[in-house]
Ligand binder design. Sequence first.
Ligand code: AMP
Length: 138
Amino acid sequence: MEDDIFCMIIRGEIPSTKVYEDEDVLAILDISQATRGHTLVMPKAHYKDMLHCPGELLHRVMDVAQRIGQAAIKSLGASGVNILTNAGPSAGQTIPHFHVHVIPRYDVDTGGFEITMKENTDKDLNLPVIAQEIKEKL
Ligand code: AMP
């Protein structure tokens, strides 16, 4: 039995604001609400991040994330949605229980969320070599 905060929410030991629930998947409002409607979608079974989640369950989580994104457009008046997951502390993951962020975006930005791709200062970026390294382990 895992003791991360999402496992405790799934077991009903601490409160949450539920948006969706079925046998395998739970979606709750993020307590920090980067934007209005910011939702976390997660499997009820514990997997530490997306990379460790079995494919079939991953698809079910992503299906719910898609539906919540669609609902954010239809119901909340969002004009776009960021759907993302952090895998590992270096990627910004703070809770080690796989979850997908669904972050509605609005034309009138009230702050709270932004993605910025910064220039990579690593000079050793040989694209064919990088591609080959990835391909070797696919
Ligand atoms: P990550 O940094 O990708 O691991 O995201 C973890 C998210 O969980 C953050 O956006 C937090 O605001 C959110 N969070 C932390 N505690 C709770 C909680 N008790 N209920 C809902 N969301 C939470």
